[in-house]
Write a protein that binds this ligand. Structure first.
Ligand code: NAD
Length: 488
């Protein structure tokens, strides 16, 4: 059951597809239901796009491309800045909407409005700073000019875990660069994207520049868009398994891709760490978003001398958590996104225990309604356990002890992923060594939260290709052109 405020907000969210500046139904009126994971109740029914709708969205993006690329950078910048301002005005609505469709506690949803909004502000500033370089060739016979140009129509596919930030992190740089887009949000949390695209419309974005399709048939609808030779770029955030399939599909047209994929972050605590800081960092890196973040710490690799103390302190903190619907005051742990996520957390804990680990707190699903899993601490996890290999994507903190730095590095790098690593040490030289030794795209040194719109977010190994945010983020949507002009 939603209360009056929630019902009013949900009524304001569009339920159609947004194609060529028009909100409309899916062909044949197909619909899909969106549920609140804390109750299991359907909260809104929206359009369920077909293959034809997907093609129509790409048609609209292609039609708008030339004019948008020719629009003055200052105009593009102003629209993004206006969108940032509107988002601040509608902050509470966006936070509540994310809590309703995804489940995270309201305070965290508010944090996501801040984080997600910063991509609008950052790229509104970057839109007017796209520049190249020029110089003479070494022979002195020619002038070489290097310029940057929008890659063209883009297809953006986003996951359910950060419904706003994953959309703005792609849409803002694409628009700043002069690209038009088709956005496909996750079917589990499409409402935030729909409401955000309405905000872009209110900010004065011309028709066709951003098009949104919501669908329960992601694979069927996405395939023809990716295969279409008019598409110039695919940017995907989601699981490595789906990313691999999309890279294969992209090969046919040698499509440019950005892939923000899964993670299996190590969180290394050395014996010389400031344990207060390490515990504080651990709680943020593990339990933010109910553990459902690609940056979530997955493996706590803790020096044997401090492992028991660390385990005790994080268990005490977990004991103080409150589970519930994210809209309720004081709730710190919301539901997982669905039954499958609960089953996965349970199976991973079960496997770890079977191999010799000990559950210090939690470890069980919570009886319904809603898809809740108890925040959990497991210690003495044995190398080889599934929980160290797979993304947990749930509120389970798994501790593995180590004895020396080489072993810590070996354990940390023992994964096919390489998105983010956390290291806690008060030894500066050791911290510097770890920057060099860890196979990772990002690192938190004595800190548990690293995401920032001004920084290049992305991974190595099977965590992906490309970077979002920072100076690098806009270049994902630009191509480099070199021109030679003879001198004299
Ligand atoms: P997912 O791969 O199941 O889905 C992601 C998106 O792809 C959704 O929109 C989904 O509808 C769509 N999709 C699924 N199959 C598809 C197909 N065959 N063709 C086209 N689209 C398809 O991932 P998820 O469960 O939504 O998100 C969780 C995953 O995302 C985790 O692995 C997490 O680590 C990752 N993630 C990564 C980052 C990052 O920046 N690296 C950020 C957030 C989440």
């Amino acid at each position: 059951m939603t209360d009056a405020r929630e019902t009013d907000l949900l009524a304001k969210v569009p339920n159609g597809l947004f194609i060529g500046g028009v909100w409309r139904d899916a062909t044949e009126g197909a619909t899909l239901d969106v549920s609140d994971p804390s109750t299991g109740d359907v909260i809104k029914t929206i359009a369920d796009a077909s293959v034809a709708d997907g093609t129509a969205a790409l048609d609209a993006a292609v039609a708008a491309q030339d004019e948008w690329a020719a629009t003055a950078p200052r105009t593009r910048s102003n629209i993004l800045r206006k969108a940032f301002d509107l988002l601040q005005e509608r902050r509470e609505e966006f936070a509540l909407l994310m809590t309703l469709e995804m489940g995270k506690p309201l305070a965290e949803a508010n944090g996501e409005v801040t984080y997600g909004g910063e991509f609008l502000r950052w790229f509104s500033e970057e839109a007017v700073r796209i520049s190249g370089r020029y110089g003479s060739n070494p022979e002195g016979t020619g002038m070489m000019t290097v310029s940057q140009h929008p890659v063209g129509p883009c297809f953006l596919i986003t996951p359910w875990n950060f419904p706003l930030a994953m959309a703005t992190r792609k849409i803002a740089p694409a628009l700043a660069a002069g690209c038009t887009v088709v956005v496909k949000p996750a079917e589990l949390t499409p409402l935030t994207t729909l409401y955000f695209v309405k905000l872009l419309e209110d900010a004065g974005l011309p028709a066709g520049v951003v098009n949104v399709i919501t669908t329960s048939s992601s694979s069927a609808v996405s395939g023809p868009i990716i295969a279409d030779p008019r598409l110039r770029k695919l940017s995907f955030t989601g699981s490595t398994a789906v990313g691999q399939k999309l890279i294969e599909q992209s090969a046919k047209n040698v499509l440019r891709t950005s892939m923000e994929l899964g993670g299996n972050a190590p969180f290394v605590v050395f014996e010389d760490a400031d344990l207060d800081k390490a515990v504080e960092g651990a709680m943020a890196a593990k339990f933010r978003n109910i553990g459902q973040a690609c940056t979530a710490a997955n493996r706590f690799i803790v020096h044997r001398d401090v492992a028991d103390e660390f385990a005790k302190r994080v268990t005490d903190k977990v004991n103080a958590f409150r589970i519930g619907r994210g809209t309720e005051d004081g709730v710190t742990i919301g539901p997982l996104i669905d039954d499958r996520a609960v089953a996965k957390a349970k199976t991973l804990v079960g496997d770890a225990v079977e191999r010799g680990a000990e559950v210090l707190i939690g470890g069980e699903a919570v009886d319904g309604p809603g898809t809740f899993f108890q925040p959990t601490v497991v210690t003495g996890v044995v190398p080889g356990s599934d929980i160290l290999r797979e993304e947990i994507f749930g509120p389970v903190l798994a501790i593995v002890p180590f004895d020396d730095e080489d072993e810590a590095v070996r354990l940390a790098n023992d994964t096919e992923y390489g998105l983010v690593s956390y290291v806690f040490t008060t030894d500066l030289a050791r911290g510097q060594r770890m920057i060099g030794r860890l196979q990772t795209g990002m690192m938190g040194l004595n800190v548990g939260v690293i995401s920032n719109a001004a920084a290049p977010f992305g991974g190595v190994k099977q965590s992906g290709i490309g970077r979002e945010g920072g100076l690098e983020g806009i270049h994902e949507y630009l191509y480099t052109k070199y021109t030679m002009t003879p001198i004299g």
